[in-house]
Design a protein around this ligand. Structure first.
Ligand code: FUB
Length: 329
């Protein structure tokens, strides 16, 4: 034991710090979207209820850090109670900053996406439109389940809203970030031979379209787009099977088509995979969730690991740090 205490003190004195995975354990959280605002790293997440038996989430959470070890909990930054046009299912959110304001994108009822606005990253957020920005009940091309908004603001300042479950969609946003510009587009994902990877093709051999399948480049949900060295990385979940995980495809164009490249990380305990990739203080990180603590897919916990690229710009698949202490240099 003495040997380990000595090693711990030596590493601390050398400037190593330690974090825990999951890094939030006092409540259940999922679908982490990590963003850097004013030198701080913020994570916007879903909030799984303590007694959850389904995704009946009521509000959204936000955490921040400056050292990847100590996290501030900003509480419920937005809630179903703040929305007049939705009653249930406060699912995976995202937030971005533009012109000094913070925009929070949230899916509800598996059918609609809204946007809220605040003067500070941790809110208070206010519903910006009083109605959905995306509503598949009025616009079938949004797909039967337009969930999981993910925002990219490109170098030329054009903003894009990616979303969808099984049906991957994107729409441009105006500079005010609360209005759409132009029509919805489908996100096309190809394999390296140029063949389209389609959920329907995968499902042909399966009993029905709802089958829990995954493991390759077919789009499931949870889109997250970032740019690195002129290349757009489209990160997403490839389904809901045991071997499903976060994977990625790349393109020179934010509207695609994207070419499937492989895994972002190895599968974790949760059968839903949803996360984000962010650069902070010179390092890249992947945020994701597991069900390591609860052993329930409806009571998840957010985690983080460092992410590395090879010299070709390919992501080296992360081996997730399971519950326990992780070392951050
Ligand atoms: O958290 C509810 C849903 O589960 C999300 O919207 C999906 O991405 C999946 O993680």
């Amino acid at each position: 034991m003495k040997k380990y205490i000595f090693l711990f003190l030596t590493l601390v004195s050398m400037g190593f710090s330690f974090a825990q995975n999951p890094f939030i354990t006092h409540k259940f959280t999922a679908d982490p979207s990590a963003r850097v605002f004013n030198g701080k790293l913020y994570v916007y997440s879903s909030h799984d209820e303590d007694d959850a038996t389904y995704f009946d989430m009521l509000d959204w959470a936000c955490f921040s850090t400056t050292n990847m070890v100590d996290w501030n909990d900003h509480g419920a930054i937005f809630s179903l109670k703040d929305i007049k046009w939705a009653n249930k299912w406060a699912w995976a959110p995202d937030a971005v900053e533009r012109n000094g304001k913070y925009y929070f994108y949230f899916p509800v009822e598996r059918k609609k996406i809204g946007v809220a606005v605040a003067n500070h990253p941790e809110g208070p957020f206010k519903d910006a439109l009083g109605k959905p920005l995306i509503n598949s009940l009025e616009e079938p091309f949004a797909g039967p389940e337009p969930i999981d908004p993910g925002i990219l603001i490109d170098d030329d300042k054009q903003a894009y809203l990616y979303f969808g479950c099984r049906d991957a969609r994107v729409v441009k946003l105006k500079e005010n970030m609360i209005e759409r510009e132009g029509s919805l587009h489908e996100i096309v994902i190809l394999d390296k031979q140029g063949k389209r990877l389609l959920w329907k093709e995968r499902a042909k051999s399966a009993a029905n379209l709802q089958v829990n399948h995954g493991g390759d480049g077919v789009y499931g949900e949870g889109p997250w787009v970032f740019k690195r060295k002129d290349l757009y990385y489209y990160v997403y979940s490839n389904g809901w099977a045991k071997d499903a995980t976060m994977v990625y495809a790349t393109s020179q164009n934010p509207l695609g088509p994207f070419v499937y490249q492989g895994k972002v990380m190895e599968p974790v305990s949760s059968w839903t995979s949803h996360g984000s990739v962010v650069q902070y203080k010179g390092k890249w990180y992947v945020f994701y969730h597991t069900q390591d603590i609860s052993n329930s897919g409806f009571k998840r916990s957010i985690c983080v690991d460092e992410l590395f690229f090879n010299e070709k710009g390919e992501i080296i698949p992360v081996k997730p740090t399971r519950t326990g202490v992780i070392k951050l240099k």
